[in-house]
Write a new protein. Sequence first.
Length: 319
Amino acid sequence: MTVPREALVSVARSGEFGLIARVTARLPVGPYALLGPGDDAAVVAADDSRVVISTDVLVEGRHFRRDWSTAQDVGHRAAAANLADIAAMGAAPTALVVALCVPPGLDARWAEDLADGLGAEAARVHASVVGGDMSASPTLTIAVTALGDLEGRAPLLRSGARPGDVLAIAGRTGYAAAGYTVLSRGFRTPKLLVEAYRRPDVPYACGPEAARLGATSMIDVSDGLLADIGHVAVASGVAFDVRRDGFEIPRQMRDAAHALGVDPYTWVLGGGDDHALAATFPADVELPAPWRVVGEVRAGAGVTVDGKPYKGSPGWQHF
């Protein structure tokens, strides 16, 4: 539906505090927020006495496109990218702080819808958006900082993997990358893949669960599985071997790969933005679903696939 031009309210017309009021009114307050937006700073419960913190930034044209995704989609993605990092430490997310830099002519309702997406994704883990900042900018930019609570557990680091451990995944890999490829070729289907790019389906509960199960290391798969476990390999001083047969490739992905002339394992092994959790466990740990073993940790260095060096791209490069 086309909105009459006179019905549009730009962020410039709304003003900074008017926009803040419009946005914050749409944000639910979770149980960890003792004091939300409205003062110089928020107050968030930290019962563990330690606070897990992560931050990420999304820039229009590089991390998202408004012709591909709704404002709510972008809100979900921005929140998920940070909440997944908290879960990857074995912690429970508690709060988000968001900085929003917008072109003055942007429709204020886009910012409101963004807030709806941020709030809805945070609510999945009982977290809330407790504050942030706004500024004018020629480039639409969203910076999110997430906080988390370890709930008495030790943090899961990248440096704990040991030879003999198994590598297991919870969540999807390759779906978002396939969706990005589909969109970049001018298509809007298959819906499964396109929606995976627009809104990640992150297995947040599996982060704290991995800690309780005795995981030795964990990482959020944001840039690509091989690239991200490569960071674990370096930090732990070990090698990884990943097995292709550990992954289930859905029919929609196989069909899209065939139509586009792409090897689907290019997406599964090197595609990011699904925010699956990759963890290492002692081999004798019985892993419940949705964890599935996809490889093993060995003595040495680097990452191989089916025992051989991987010739494709291991993941996203930011520079």
